[in-house]
Structure formats: C-alpha cells, structure tokens
Design a protein around this ligand. Sequence first.
Ligand code: HEC
Length: 136
Amino acid sequence: MSRRACWINCLALLVPALLVGVGCAPDALSFSYSDLPAGDVARGAALFDQPVNGAAACSACHAAGTERRAGPPLAGYGQSAGARVPDEDPAEYTFYSIIRPSRYVVRGYSNTMPSDYDKRLSQQQIADLIAYLLSL
Ligand code: HEC
C-alpha cells in the first residue's frame, strides 16, 4: 500500500471514531431537570442507604449527619444547597450534583463522585433523592 493510501485509510477509520466519541461525550444528558416526576422523601431516604443497580450507595461517601466521609456531610443540606451556584434553584443544583458531579465541585473535596448515576438511577429515584436531600 502506498503511504498516501495508508493515510487515507487511517483517516477513514479515525473520523467516524471521533464522531462516535463526541456522540458519547459524558455531558450528553438524555433528560433534564424539568422532566422529573415529584419526589418522595421517605423513598429517597431508603434509597440513600442502598446500592442501586450496581452503583455505590450514597451513604458510602455521604453522612446524612455531620461526619466527614469521602464526600461532604449533608446535615443542613436543604439550607446550603441554594447557596452553591448563584441564581440556581436548590433542587436543580441537587439534580446536577447527583448526575453531573463535576459541574460544581464542593470546596475541599475532589471530583471523585461516580458520574454515571443518570444511567443507574431512574428519573423517579433521582427525584426521590432530591426530595430527601433537601429535607436534611
Ligand atoms: C465515591 C463517593 C461518592 C458517592 C458514592 C456519592 N458521592 Fe456525592 N459527592 C462525593 C464527593 C467527593 C463530593 C464533593 C465533590 C463534588 O462536589 O462533586 C460529592 C458531592 C455531592 C453533592 C453536593 C453536596 C454539596 O454540599 O453541595 C450531592 C448533593 C451529592 N454528592 C449527592 C450524592 C448522592 C445522592 C449520591 C448517591 C446517589 C452520592 N452523592 C454518591 C462523593 C460521592
């Protein structure tokens, strides 16, 4: 094969691979905050302590009280959530914190929260967790 033909082959393989890569970018969300159903605090509380669909339990990294684990403690979260991102509704901030944790990284912590909860939790489960966290 000539060197030129080799380059053309390479490009023919690379371009579609890049396009597929862009299509799978982690920021592509298949639903938005406004699609969520109403959440239920009690169901959210139960879910917080359980691993779901292969995802680590929230409580593995977060205490509902004041203890520091790998993630920030969530005591008083209902008050603090509204102060994180200017002009962002606390529930919407929480939505993104669960499914796109890298969007806002809490000071003093690193971006180690799993980023695939949007695929592991149903929209109902995400809504239930938001309701629960805002009740803390
Ligand atoms: C492997 C550890 C880990 C797991 C599991 C985890 N988180 Fe986190 N979480 C973190 C870390 C670290 C941060 C702080 C960095 C950041 O803001 O992304 C964080 C941040 C957050 C915040 C923002 C807190 C604030 O004060 O603004 C919320 C809300 C949250 N997580 C909810 C959840 C929920 C709900 C689950 C379960 C579905 C969960 N997390 C599972 C590690 C984890």
